[in-house]
Write a protein that binds this ligand. Structure first.
Ligand code: GDP
Ligand code: IMO
Ligand code: MG
Length: 417
C-alpha cells in the first residue's frame, strides 16, 4: 500500500516520463490525473524512443495497469490513434488500461477555438500547444462540456453536442458526421472505460503501489503558475487527488522533477532566460525541441527561487534532477539565488507576471566540468564540479536529491543513497 506522485516542478518537459519509467519497475499502477495531449512524455529504452501524449508512461511495463483519471481531458480520436500506434508496436492494453468516464472530452471544435483565440490575442498570445486544452477545460468549468462517459449515450450525446455548438455560437458543419465519428472512436475506447476512482482506492487498499504521473509543471499551474501564461489545469500535488478521486491523505510520497537548467515553451516571463551562445549550445546538446509541437524550447539557468517556490507548494519529499549531462563542457554554470526588483531583493517568488518579467536574477557562479557523465551510475563517479553543482541545488532548494538523470536511457540514472 503506497503511492508516489511524480510532478514536473518548473515549466514542463523536466523529464518526468524518464523518471516515471525508471520508477515504474516498482509500480502496479501508473495514473495520469490532469492535462491531455498537450503533454509530450518521452521515454528511451534500448535505443527505441516512445512519445506519449495521453497514455500513461507506465504502459511499457507489461504488468502495470494504466489509468487516465477524471481530471484529464481526452481527445478521443487522438487517444485512439495513440493507442493503435502503440498496439502496432506490440504493446497490449487489454485489462490494463482504465479511462475514467468523467474525463472531459476535447473535440475538434476545441482545437479550432484554441487556434482562433490565440490568433485573436496576436502578440499577447499564450503560445499554447494548440491541442484544445484550454477551451475544453473552460467548457468543463462552464458545465457546457462533454465527458468521456457521454459517448455511451447516443441521444444524450447528440443533445449535449448541439448545446455545445449553440453555447459557442457555432453551427456544426455536419452534426451526424460528428456523431458517427464519435461513435467509431467510442467503439474502440469503450472496453477501457471505467470508474477509475473506485479502482484506484481498491488497489491501494489491496496493497498495490500507485504511481501518479504529472503532466506540465508547477509554474504552468492554472492558479499558482505564471498566469495567464499557464495551462488550464492544476499541476500541483493536490491535483493527483482531485484528478483521480484518490484521497489526499493517501498521497504518501511526492517527488519533484527538475531539469539541471530551465526550459520553457510558449510565452510568458522567464527570469533566467539565456539569449546567447550558451543558451543555443544547451538547446542543441539537450535537443530542446518540444515533444508535442516541435517548437524550440527557451533555455535558461537553473532558477532556485522558482524551484524553492514549487518545492514548497507541492510539499516535496525529494527531488530528481535530470539532463545533468547536457551541462558537461560549459566552462561555468550559474544558479539563480534571488530576484531583485526596483532595488529590493524579493523575499521569494514574484506572483505577478509583470514583476516576474522585470526581476533581475542574482547568480551563484560555479565551475563547470568537461567529462562526459553519461556512464556514471553513482555520485562518486561524477566529476567534483558536478557534485558541487548538485549540492548547491540541493542546499538552495532545501529538498534532498534522490535521483540524478545523466542521459535519456532508463539505465542512465543515479540513485542517490
Ligand atoms: P516530460 O514532458 O517531462 O516527460 O519531458 P519530455 O519528454 O518532454 O522532455 C525531456 C527530454 O529530455 C526527452 O527528450 C527525454 O528523452 C530527454 N531526457 C530525459 N532525461 C534526460 C537526461 O538525463 N539527459 C538527456 N540528455 N536527455 C534526457
Ligand atoms: P509536458 O507534460 C511544456 C505550455 C504551452 C503553453 C502553455 C499553455 O510534456 O511537460 P496549453 O496547450 O496547455 O493550453 O498551453 O503551457 N505547455 C507545456 N510546456 N510541457 C508540457 O507538457 C506542456 N503542456 C503545455 O507551451 O506555454
Ligand atoms: Mg514534455
Amino acid at each position: 500500500m503506497s503511492s508516489l506522485t511524480v510532478l514536473g516542478c518548473m515549466w514542463g518537459d523536466e523529464g518526468k516520463a524518464k523518471i516515471v519509467d525508471f520508477l515504474g519497475v516498482d509500480a502496479d499502477v501508473v495514473a495520469r490525473f490532469q492535462g491531455g495531449a498537450n503533454a509530450g512524455h518521452t521515454i528511451v529504452l534500448n535505443e527505441a524512443k516512445y512519445v506519449f501524449h495521453t497514455v500513461p508512461s507506465g504502459i511499457l511495463y507489461p504488468k502495470a495497469k494504466c489509468v487516465i483519471g477524471a481530471g484529464t481531458v481526452i481527445d478521443p480520436f487522438g487517444l485512439r490513434d495513440e493507442m493503435k500506434a502503440l498496439m502496432d508496436q506490440g504493446i497490449m492494453f487489454d485489462q490494463r488500461m482504465f479511462i475514467d468516464v468523467r474525463a472531459g472530452l476535447v473535440l475538434p471544435l476545441h482545437k479550432q477555438l484554441d487556434g482562433s483565440t490565440e490568433a485573436e490575442l496576436g502578440a499577447s498570445k499564450i503560445g499554447t500547444t494548440g491541442k484544445g486544452i484550454g477551451p475544453s477545460y473552460a467548457d468543463q468549468a462552464a458545465r457546457s462540456g462533454l465527458r468521456f462517459g457521454d459517448l455511451a449515450h447516443p441521444g444524450w450525446l447528440k443533445q449535449r453536442l448541439e448545446s455545445l455548438y449553440a453555447y459557442h455560437d457555432l453551427e456544426p458543419k455536419d452534426l451526424q458526421n460528428d456523431l458517427d465519428e464519435l461513435a467509431a472512436a467510442w467503439e474502440f475506447l469503450k472496453p477501457f472505460s471505467a470508474q477509475a476512482d473506485a479502482l484506484l482506492r481498491e488497489w491501494y487498499l489491496a496493497g498495490e503501489a500507485i504511481l501518479f504521473e504529472g503532466a506540465q509543471g508547477t509554474l504552468l499551474d492554472l492558479t499558482y503558475g505564471t498566469y495567464p501564461y499557464v495551462t488550464s489545469s492544476h499541476t500541483i500535488t493536490g491535483a493527483a487527488s482531485t484528478g483521480t478521486g484518490f484521497p489526499p491523505r493517501w498521497l504518501d510520497r511526492i517527488l519533484g522533477v527538475y531539469k539541471a537548467y530551465a526550459t520553457r515553451v510558449g510565452e510568458g516571463p522567464f527570469p533566467t532566460e539565456l539569449f546567447d551562445a550558451t543558451g543555443e549550445r544547451i538547446r542543441r546538446v539537450g535537443n530542446e525541441f518540444g515533444a508535442t509541437t516541435g517548437r524550440p524550447r527557451r533555455i535558461g539557468w537553473f532558477d532556485a527561487v522558482g524551484a524553492r517556490y514549487t518545492a514548497s507548494l507541492n510539499g516535496l519529499d525529494a527531488m530528481a534532477v535530470t539532463l545533468l549531462d547536457v551541462l558537461s563542457g560549459l566552462p561555468e554554470l550559474k544558479i539563480c539565488t534571488g530576484y531583485w526588483l526596483d532595488g529590493q531583493r524579493l523575499p521569494g517568488y514574484a506572483p505577478h507576471p509583470l514583476d516576474l518579467a522585470r526581476v533581475e536574477p542574482e547568480y551563484l557562479i560555479l565551475p563547470g566540468w568537461d567529462q562526459d557523465i553519461g556512464q556514471a551510475r553513482s555520485l562518486a563517479r561524477l566529476p567534483q564540479a558536478a557534485k558541487e553543482y548538485l549540492e548547491a541545488v540541493q542546499d538552495l532548494v532545501e529538498i534532498p536529491i534522490e535521483l540524478v538523470s545523466v542521459g535519456k536511457d532508463r539505465s542512465q540514472t543515479i540513485v542517490v543513497k
